[in-house]
Design a protein around this ligand. Structure first.
Ligand SMILES: Cc1ncc(COP(=O)(O)O)c(C=O)c1O
Length: 397
């Protein structure tokens, strides 16, 4: 059937890495391709106890419809435990609980963006965000990065050239590069947003997964004009399956997002919200992070060590201090990265995501880059997988 899809679907394609994901399903494959948190980090027993308690105390209300803005205790506890301690000034009118931070981003985009509007994105950036922006027919404009994140001079030049409505930024342990925007630049981003009156969507799901170095204040903490909307998520620090996130921003934007959410999913699951709330109120987040960060650190250090040991000269990799990803760039190759990724999966039984998918124009940008995720594998698998990958790399550069 020749289905007449809406115009907005023309820029949305999920096919490019679908085949790779199919290969990743092979149980023999060592997969650096996903981005999921490690299942072993999920506090199953603690959540089981919380569910029993909240159902006993408040079961009927939790099974009823809830408020679109979110479960009030959770709005308060997210502010108290995850937002205000980072230097952000916000009240309950400034927060809406969403079904993952992805929904917050989609609703913010829908609130702000008309077809053809420019959105500045880090280059590279999160694939899911690019798909979201394309579905609202935005014009995604890449901004250059270096080791300290987005380059401020390029950001300002692109603002002047393209008059964007929004700049989308993943400031800490960015997906896909693992890079962190320096504190000085965070302040400058907030200042530019105020100067040119653009919205900054600060998507920061990895900030608590820090294994080295000092915590960095969010861009939102430098925001004096209400131009920054901060997106939080429980996906990487508790569970992605609960689907709980939040947007924190000026009241007017939060009200608009609330109107959209009403006709979207009405509200985020009450039970999921109550679980996240109790997790924070019982003081479980800190000890949980203290338990899981060393596990991820061991995986990350193993991957960085194996890269150093096995990869040939000329290949460069980021050295993140947290998060779930390492980003590589190879010298000129004698085949495409897409073909190379398939060959790795088939011959070496190692999977990764070719970096070009994280660029605004995947046909011309990032052609020699790759993203490696370390959270799904044991340190032993990481050793073996990186060595196998490096052996094949030697054949194509
Ligand atoms: C940068 C970034 N933003 C948002 C998300 C989605 O988060 P959530 O599960 O809260 O929707 C991800 C997930 O991988 C991500 O990497």
């Amino acid at each position: 059937m020749n289905t007449a899809f809406a115009q907005r679907m023309s820029g949305v394609s999920g096919s490019a890495i679908r085949e790779l994901f199919r290969l990743m399903g092979d149980p023999q494959i060592i997969s650096f391709g996903g981005g999921n948190p490690n299942k072993a980090t999920f506090p199953v027993q603690a959540v089981e106890e919380i569910i029993r308690d909240v159902m006993q105390q408040n079961g009927a209300d939790l099974l009823q419809y809830g408020a679109t803005e979110g479960y009030m205790p959770l709005r308060q506890s997210v502010l108290e435990h995850m937002v205000c301690p980072k230097g952000v000034k916000a009240d309950v009118e400034n927060i809406i609980i969403t079904t993952g931070s992805m929904q917050a981003l989609a609703m913010l985009t829908k609130t702000m963006i008309d077809p053809g509007d420019a959105i500045l994105v880090e280059s590279p950036t999160f694939l899911g965000a690019l798909q979201c922006f394309h579905s609202y027919q935005a014009n995604c404009i890449p901004v250059e990065m270096d080791d300290d994140g987005v380059i401020i001079a390029d950001l300002e030049a692109k603002i002047q050239q393209y008059h964007p409505k929004m700049f989308y930024c993943i400031p800490t342990f960015q997906n896909p590069t693992g890079k962190t925007l320096s504190p000085e630049r965070r302040k400058q981003v907030a200042q530019l947003a105020a100067k040119y009156n653009i919205i900054v969507a600060e998507d920061d799901p990895y900030c608590e997964l820090r294994y080295e170095g000092e915590a960095v204040p969010p861009i939102k903490s430098f925001d004096e004009t209400g131009n920054v909307v901060m997106l939080c998520s429980f996906s990487k620090i508790l569970s992605p399956g609960l689907r709980v996130g939040a947007a924190i921003g000026q009241e007017e934007i939060i009200r608009k997002i609330t109107m959209l959410k009403q006709s979207g999913d009405t509200h985020t699951s009450n039970l999921s919200q109550a679980i996240a709330d109790q997790f924070l109120r019982r003081g479980m987040l800190k000890p949980h992070l203290e338990r899981i960060c060393p596990l991820y650190k061991e995986q990350m250090d193993t991957m960085l060590g194996a890269i150093k040991e096995h990869f040939p000269a000329g290949c460069t990799f980021t050295k993140p201090q947290g998060g779930l990803f390492v980003w590589g760039n190879l010298p000129a190759m004698n085949c495409s990265m897409l073909d190379f990724a398939k060959r790795c999966a088939q011959e070496a039984k190692v999977a990764f995501v070719p970096g070009q998918h994280f660029y605004a124009d995947p046909n011309t940008m990032g052609l020699t880059t790759l993203r490696l995720n370390f959270s799904a594998c044991t340190p032993e698998q990481i050793q073996v997988g990186v060595e196998r990958l490096a052996q094949l790399v030697k054949q194509v550069i």
